[in-house]
Design a protein around this ligand. Structure first.
Ligand code: FES
Ligand SMILES: [Fe+2]
Length: 446
């Protein structure tokens, strides 16, 4: 029988400071409710992985910027005069104030609102008022904003890593790169644009409760039952109805992409017919469809429309990036039991207006209609973990011992979609990074 490489990884994980929170098939709820563990995770985990910061198209012009986070660290993603992108720690070297307090904008320099120390878009300090008072040896240029040392863009997705020694981004993405490519190559390979900001939800739950759900192919027919019933009653056999019955016998799969990244692939069922025809109703659907038919002919219109519905991929890139349908979801931990969930809509540069209108309207589809079901479960799980210390273990055993997993021809470990391998995978990565970081940084957990 083939062996699940993920379980091997877990078994081989360095015995370290955090091992007491794991048992085969279970994780301890302190991982979700302990403020101390949360602080360690924000400090260590997020300093040692590639974290998604934003999309290049959010800062198209020189001097454009957006503010984001790496764990709890505020950062500014800026574009310089030559088009280069920098990610700067948004912490004034003077007294630690937030230098930039806007979500986005355009600025040739950043002036700290407290005492007006001033910085260029690459972080260099270019002004300190009345600096003679710091003595003759004071060097203004030595007091810049800290630059995140590793910043790499993969086809428009900008990631940053606080560790100088980090492996190259493409190695870190591992098999996730292939699926990111597949997602980007839909729709005639037109460049993806993220221009409309994000729709935000505030979850009263630990960020990992949200992350758990991103690769959970077990819950849809139960958590989203009312949504599925409404769609079924009104529109028949449309999107997501393939979750009916024993969906483990269907072609829906969960895949281990390496380094804690995973995939739920619904495409084999979703694209059984046209994905557009199976798409449930959207405001303006018929009008936009008719316009496209008239302009491009029915066959070409359908081809474009099929690439504009949900992609059928739930691609989860550890620790904070989720590609769902046409949307980019980003998780922003706020505190041990608060998470901001951002949904960014995407359009295609050069696509017909009708196609981009449909892509924008997709924000009214699952992000508005289905996400609320999930939010209710996130908050309920968090409450259960916080209020019942007598039952501290979280069960992640599904398909761990059924022997149905297999190594695909492409070298990717694959299980039925309802498997918990998503959680087993990313907690395997979590353990390795946290145990290692605690040792290297002499920050042993007690
Ligand atoms: S804290 Fe920024 S200038 Fe003083
Ligand atoms: Fe869900």
């Amino acid at each position: 029988m083939a062996t699940d490489p993920n379980q091997q990884n877990v078994a081989q994980a360095e015995k370290g400071a955090y091992e007491k929170y794991f048992r085969p098939g279970y994780v301890h709820s302190d991982l979700y409710v302990s403020p101390k563990l949360f602080a360690e995770e924000m400090r260590l985990l997020f300093a040692n992985v590639w974290v998604y910061i934003g999309h290049e198209s959010e800062i198209p012009e020189a001097n454009d910027f957006v503010t984001r986070r790496i764990g709890l660290r505020p950062v500014i993603m800026t574009r310089g005069r030559e088009g280069e992108i920098s990610v700067l720690l948004n912490r004034c070297p003077h007294r630690a104030a937030l230098v930039c307090r806007q979500a986005r904008g355009q600025a040739a320099r950043f002036v700290c609102p407290y005492h007006a120390w001033t910085f260029a878009t690459d972080g260099r300090c270019i002004g300190v008022p009345m600096n003679h008072a710091y003595g003759p040896d004071f060097d203004v240029s030595a007091h810049g904003l800290l630059r995140v040392p590793r910043v790499t863009s993969y086809r428009g997705f900008v990631f940053a890593n606080l560790s100088e020694k980090a492996q190259p981004l493409e190695d870190y993405l591992a098999h996730a790169k292939r699926y990111l490519d597949e997602w980007l190559d839909r729709g005639d390979r037109l460049p993806v644009l993220v221009r409309a900001g994000s729709m935000q939800f505030e979850a009263h739950a630990n960020w990992k409760v949200v992350y758990d759900n991103a690769g959970d192919g077990y819950h849809p027919p139960f958590s989203h039952i009312s949504m599925l019933r409404v769609f079924n009653r009104r529109y028949g056999d449309v999107d997501m109805q393939y979750y009916a019955g024993n969906f483990d016998e269907s072609p829906l799969i969960s895949r281990d992409l390496g380094n804690g990244h995973t995939l739920l692939d619904q495409r084999p069922s979703m694209h059984k017919q046209s994905a557009w025809i199976r798409q449930h109703v959207l405001p303006g659907r018929e009008i936009l469809w008719a316009q496209l038919n008239e302009k491009y002919g029915e066959a070409r219109a359908l081809e474009m429309l099929d690439a504009s519905t949900g992609s059928g991929l739930n691609l989860t890139i550890f620790p904070n990036l989720l590609i769902i349908g046409n949307q980019i979801q980003v998780l922003e931990p706020v505190s041990v039991n608060r998470t901001t969930v951002h949904w960014y809509s995407t359009t295609l540069d050069g696509a017909p207006d009708e196609i981009n209108a449909i892509r924008m309207r997709m924000q009214e589809d699952f992000p508005s209609f289905g996400e609320v079901d999930d939010m209710a479960q996130f908050e309920s799980c968090q409450q259960g973990m916080e209020s019942v210390p007598e039952m501290p273990w979280i069960d992640i055993r599904r398909h761990m011992n059924t022997g149905v997993g297999y190594l695909g021809e492409d070298g990717i470990w694959t299980e039925p979609i309802s498997s918990d391998q998503h959680m087993r995978c990313y907690f395997g990565a979590w353990r390795e990074i946290m145990n290692h970081a605690a040792v290297v940084q002499g920050d042993a957990h007690v």
